[in-house]
Design a protein around this ligand. Structure first.
Ligand code: HEM
Ligand SMILES: *[C@@H]1O[C@H](CO)[C@@H](O)[C@H](O)[C@H]1NC(C)=O
Ligand SMILES: *[C@@H]1O[C@H](CO)[C@@H](O)[C@H](O)[C@H]1NC(C)=O
Length: 220
């Protein structure tokens, strides 16, 4: 598997991102939701990538947990994909998603071992109607996450991700679907691929974060 990984990683570094390139992420302005995202494309085979876009409020009080908006775009052949905010499988909020006919299912998970991750109430998601859809080629969701940017390390240290700098993230992908895809409590098969990257959150700073979130949630 290692040589494949080398090849994937090299291809990922060449980059298929659009937008203004910055270290570890490009800037993506989403007309549909109004958010500015830091964007990274993660290849899961030699041609196809899952796109992870992260929007953060600006300014953010140092060392305080903050909400994010996560937008994920995945080719329709993805069985499930997940983002690890701590950049590893364990001791990390895991944002797992898959498509179910015309819906996107988002599932909050967390685990302390390399085994199927149980559900997690420490991170909660409000999925926007805007920026969420399934079409012939892709599924996409946009959600506000509360609890994704803070967690406790395996050593017991409280950790808050840097809202204005680079954070090490990880993702996982499986070609097979969850067993009960209509439910976000479903179990799902182990990944076929995982990888890591450094993601510059500063590229997705939003001064209007709160008002944009309220607007997309239909609260204004
Ligand atoms: C049924 C679900 C899952 C099972 C059974 C599972 C199992 C495992 C196992 C056994 C390893 C160690 C592999 C090795 O040492 O080569 C591993 C590694 C890993 N898994 Fe999972 N996994 C699952 C779901 C997830 C999810 C949902 C994510 C992220 C969203 C994830 C991310 C990773 C990452 C990044 C690694 C690399 C090692 C690390 O960073 O801890 N896994 N997984
Ligand atoms: C599943 O969805 C429900 C309703 O949106 C939500 O309240 C719950 O937190 C979600 N559970 C997980 C594990 O994501
Ligand atoms: C399908 O969704 C993807 C991801 O959001 C988008 O890039 C693409 O333009 C959409 N295709 C059509 C035909 O609308």
């Amino acid at each position: 598997m290692c040589w494949i990984f080398g090849a994937l990683w090299a291809a990922a570094l060449v980059g298929i991102a659009s937008g203004d390139a910055v270290a570890g992420a490009s800037v993506y302005h989403d007309a549909e939701t109004g958010f500015t995202f830091s964007q990274y494309n993660v290849l899961y085979n030699l041609q196809e990538a899952v796109t992870f876009r992260i929007a953060v409020p600006s300014p953010v009080t140092a060392n305080q947990p903050y909400d994010t908006v996560l937008q994920v775009v995945a080719p329709i052949d993805v069985g499930w994909t997940g983002l690890s905010w701590a950049g590893q499988m364990t001791y990390s909020p895991l944002s797992v998603s898959w498509s179910n006919s015309n819906n996107v299912v988002v599932s909050s998970r967390y685990t302390t071992e390399h085994a199927a991750p149980p559900t997690y109430s420490g991170a909660t998601y409000s999925v926007f109607k805007t920026g969420t859809h399934v079409n012939r080629t892709h599924f996409q969701y946009t959600a506000k996450c509360s609890g994704c940017t803070s967690f406790t390390s395996s050593g017991g240290t409280p950790t808050v991700l840097n809202p204005t700098g680079v954070n090490r993230l990880a993702f996982a992908y499986a070609s097979s679907k969850p067993s009960n895809p209509s439910s976000n409590l479903s179990s799902f098969p182990v990944h076929d691929v995982y990888t890591y990257w450094s993601h510059d959150f500063s590229a997705g700073a939003n001064a209007a974060f709160a008002s944009l979130a309220a607007k997309n949630l239909g609260h204004s």
